[in-house]
Design a protein around this ligand. Structure first.
Ligand code: DX5
Ligand code: ZN
Length: 220
């Protein structure tokens, strides 16, 4: 199943509720929420209070991407705020299995993300513990960056690693620089959860979502 996860980072933050409604009315079932701490990545975005308040305006799946150091400190806070999927960076966790266990204990789905400079092989021991793997297709930290072409090989490598372990139906998410003109490349490589920020919220968001769904139909 292919899923679109519009990233709020590129939305008009003064109208978050309306922006969310616009993409969910157009058929999006996930909302991607990027949390940045100014330490793991340079920028600072938003956190628990924002998630809590937008939780009131939608039933969409909140796909929370934590770009923060030692996220284990905050798992329960994000769970209580309304996250459905909590994704942590492999590079940001001293004890990744314990962090994943904390997410599972909170009753939420767990994802693990890897930066473009992190070897796919780090997933070897943890792939079986998570619900989703996020292969970053830009360096985390900002919206509107250019897709890194080498990511395609890394998506294929991730898929092969999962196959070799007999893990089927695992979600492979991609995030960064995905547009209508390159989304087929990441789908062909094996990704099935597509994060899109600029390509959804710049311009007519409803039409942009529809454009992604048109392409997804080719894969049904
Ligand atoms: C980047 C974030 C992304 C970002 C993607 O660090 O993780 O989710 O919003 O934005 P686009 O789609 O504009 O590259
Ligand atoms: Zn993200």
């Amino acid at each position: 199943m292919i899923t679109l996860s519009p990233s709020l980072l590129s939305a008009d933050l003064s109208r978050l509720g309306e922006e969310i409604r616009c993409v969910t009315d157009a058929g999006a079932t996930y909302i991607h929420i990027d949390v940045m701490d100014g330490a793991f990545v340079k920028s600072i975005s938003y956190g628990m209070p924002v998630i809590k308040s937008i939780r009131k305006c939608t039933d969409a799946v909140f796909d929370v991407h934590l770009m923060i150091e030692e996220p284990i400190r905050y798992i329960d806070d994000f769970a209580v705020s309304g996250a459905d999927i909590i994704t942590v960076h492999q590079e940001a966790c001293k004890d990744l299995p314990a962090t994943i266990a904390a997410i599972k204990d909170s009753g939420k789905k767990a994802g693990v993300a890897i930066r473009p400079d992190t070897a796919v092989s780090v997933l070897e021991d943890i792939a079986g513990l998570v619900d989703m793997i996020l292969v970053m297709t830009v360096y985390p930290g900002f919206g509107g960056q250019k897709f890194i072409p080498e990511s395609l090989g890394r998506i294929r490598e991730t898929k092969a690693l999962l196959d070799s372990k007999g893990i089927k139906d695992m979600d492979i998410q991609v995030d960064g620089g995905i547009y209508l003109d390159n989304v087929r490349d990441v789908l062909d490589a094996g990704a099935n959860v597509i994060v899109a920020g600029s390509s959804v919220f710049r311009g007519d968001a409803a039409a942009n979502v529809a454009g992604f769904f048109e392409i997804f139909k080719e894969y049904q």
